[in-house]
Design a protein. Structure first.
Length: 102
């Protein structure tokens, strides 16, 4: 059974125009990291996130947390990890929804 092990997250460009994004990551719908304030060029290690075993596929989703009562969190994108031999080794996921680039 494959296991997803995250290494790091890097912000190439924020979604927010007025400052850093308050980023958080979901794996399979469960929050595993964040909210972490990240600005352009920032990197954060993700080695503290436990490896996640899976069989067929697993969805990673990145959001920018918003604090306003009328402002929902911004969805920055998803990436699906597929099980099987062809997915072994390191991969890079890109999240670029809502004008962000992670």
């Amino acid at each position: 059974m494959p296991t997803l092990q995250l290494k790091l997250i890097q912000c190439h460009g924020t979604e927010d125009w007025t400052g850093p994004d308050e980023s958080y990551l979901l794996i399979g719908g469960r929050k595993v990291w964040g909210s972490q304030s990240m600005n352009d060029g920032a990197q954060e290690p993700l080695t503290q996130v436990s490896g996640v075993p899976f069989e067929n596929s697993l969805r990673l989703s990145l959001y920018d947390q918003d604090s306003g009562l009328w402002d929902d969190d911004d969805y920055l994108g998803s990436w699906v990890v597929w099980g099987g031999e062809h997915t072994q080794g390191e991969k890079e996921a890109r999240f670029n929804g809502d004008g962000a680039d992670f």
